[in-house]
Ligand binder design. Structure first.
Ligand code: CA
Length: 572
């Protein structure tokens, strides 16, 4: 089926993690004036949208995903005037701002929660409170149910003031909202309207498939997330999303992308397919876990065939995809699926693989999301001990693994590979002190490779990773088939994958005309060794060279090899 054209399908989204992007006042934390000062650099990349991780007022227990006031900006990041200026300055550059929307829970410091604790109406039932018989109320062993939290702890906390337990699927300072109370829905509606009226372009909705708790009965015992079956992707959750779409979102020219936890393809279809009128896109994790067991924590061997298989499943399975390789909860893609050796050096495996991953991402079908620093090939951190890590999840996992008697060296090896701090180190603007990020002590360590790997050294270099991203984004912008064409897997081995983007076979003739004139074949060698092309591969790789990541100027159709980490994009 051919997708309906939309501006947010044609543009590229750039994700900013504000704390780590650009500091303007020397306190070591990035802020909104810092972002405004870099809008020209962002615009030069060719993006259409900026998604901001949360900047709302927050005690910052979970880096802003614990909101204490949805209508004000946290002083760390600036003021509402700064935010208004960001929206208008971005608009001048034809860039829309997408806000993070965290509505599964609030901070316990939110006034709704403080009033709810005191049973002050109308806030009494804004959260999920459960009492217990007086005799057992204080006994830790007798919680309202056996659920466990996303932070691998109990998910009930006793509140002395109210004399009841409240549910928190995340941190105990993040109480879950009660969507069975219609007043909570009204509050959320008001929040959406407030920000849309300010002119923002949409929302990235945090953990959006767990907001409705159908029942609070005990869950099936599980090593992670006991109780999940009572709140993941429930009918009531779909009802809320449909209602928000109808009541609010459909009145604005905006889009939504949902972060959905533990979803399969069928869940994703229900959340995001166009006829459902819920979300416009969802983030899923499948394609980033090809070389991981047990979610993303334990490594296993990478296979290009497996990657293509998983990509195909989602590319062909959903009406529209959100294509991301990195975000603030992941690791750097060049260190993950690429090879970061020689970071910052010309024609190193780092440079080639960073470009290969750009060629792959930008030629997939869906809206590409580029995470800050990805466009210059930033790598995983170079920390050497747990003391340098701020990520609360890494410390929780470390404790859990210690309890299970994993030796220290193995814990470090695995957690280093999965820690979210890998993508949270400050943006490397320059080779200088503080990497041009801050004149003060930065909140998280800066990668020592910033002396070689930085924005400054790449911006005027036509062969840099940054220039390659610009080239790919431009190519996509100019091609209907790269935007809307079908995705077809053609061939894959352990190291090599080949696919095409072709015009959509459709009844809709105007659409067909637009997309029928061209096709692209993309081949990627996911290895540090030159590989010989099979006869079958050589037959597929016919066409004119559109893009090369190793400086080829033409593609010879009798070509029998792909070089180490080589990607070719051919036009046919
Ligand atoms: Ca600052």
């Amino acid at each position: 089926m051919s997708p309906q054209p939309a501006w947010w399908k044609e543009g590229v989204v750039y994700q900013i993690y504000p704390r780590s992007f650009q500091d303007s006042n020397g306190d070591g934390k990035g802020d909104i004036p810092g972002i405004i000062s870099r809008l020209d650099e962002i615009a030069a990349l060719g993006v259409r949208v900026i998604w901001l991780s949360p900047v709302y007022k927050s005690p910052q227990i979970d880096n802003g995903y614990d909101i204490s006031d949805y209508y004000s900006i946290d002083p760390i990041f600036g003021t509402m005037e700064d935010m208004d200026r960001l929206i208008s300055e971005a608009k001048k550059r034809n860039i829309g701002i997408v806000m993070d929307l965290v509505i599964n829970h609030t901070s316990d410091e939110h006034q709704w929660f403080q009033k709810s604790r005191r049973r002050e109406d109308p806030y009494t039932d804004y959260y999920i409170w459960q009492g217990l018989p007086a005799s057992s109320a204080q006994s830790k062993k007798n919680l309202p149910n056996n659920w466990t939290s996303f932070f691998m702890e109990d998910c009930w906390e006793y509140d002395d003031l109210r004399g009841e337990y409240y549910l928190h699927l995340f941190h105990k300072k993040q109480p879950d909202l009660n969507y069975k109370n219609p007043l909570v829905y009204d509050e959320v509606k008001n929040i959406l309207q407030f920000w849309l009226d300010k002119g923002i372009a949409g929302f990235r909705c945090d953990v959006i498939n767990v907001i409705w708790k159908t029942s609070l009965a005990d869950g099936k015992k599980s090593i992670m997330l006991t109780g999940l079956e009572h709140y993941k992707c429930q009918e009531g959750n779909h009802d809320i999303l449909q209602k928000l779409r109808k009541d609010v979102l459909s009145n604005y020219d905006c889009f939504t992308v949902g972060e959905a936890v533990m979803i399969n393809l069928d869940d994703a279809k229900l959340l995001s397919n166009a006829d459902r009128q819920e979300l416009d896109m969802v983030f899923y994790f499948d394609h980033l876990e090809v070389d991981r067991r047990f979610a993303r924590f334990i490594p296993k061997q990478f296979s290009a065939a497996q990657l293509l298989h998983r990509l195909t499943k989602w590319q062909q399975g959903l009406d529209w995809n959100a294509i991301y390789f990195e975000n603030h909860d992941q690791t750097r893609i060049v260190s993950h699926y690429g090879d970061d050796s020689g970071a910052g050096e010309r024609d190193s495996h780092w440079e080639r693989s960073a470009k290969l991953l750009a060629a792959l991402q930008i030629t997939l079908r869906g809206t590409p999301f580029v995470y800050q620093g990805q466009e210059i090939g930033m790598t995983n951190f170079d920390f050497s001990s747990f003391n340098q890590i701020k990520d609360i999840e890494t410390h929780n996992l470390n404790r859990l693994m210690k309890k299970l008697c994993f030796p220290a060296w193995l814990r470090w090896k695995w957690l280093k590979l999965s820690s979210r701090d890998n993508t949270r180190t400050p943006f490397q603007w320059t080779a200088g002190e503080g990497a041009g990020f801050s004149t003060g002590q930065s909140w998280l360590g800066i990668n020592a490779n910033h002396t070689k790997l930085n924005y400054e050294s790449q911006k005027n270099d036509a062969d840099s990773v940054l220039s390659f991203y610009k080239k790919m984004i431009n190519l996509r912008r100019s091609s209907e088939v790269l935007k809307y064409g079908e995705f077809k897997p053609l061939l894959a081995t352990k190291k090599l994958l080949i696919y095409s983007r072709e015009s959509v076979q459709t009844e809709n003739s105007s659409y067909k005309e637009a997309a029928s004139s061209e096709a692209y074949i993309i081949a990627c060698n996911f290895s540090g060794k030159r590989i010989k092309l099979s006869g079958e591969a050589r037959v597929l790789l016919q066409g004119t060279l559109a893009v090369s990541n190793i400086g080829r100027t033409q593609w010879n159709t009798s070509q029998t090899f792909l070089e180490a980490w080589e990607a070719v994009v051919l036009r046919v």
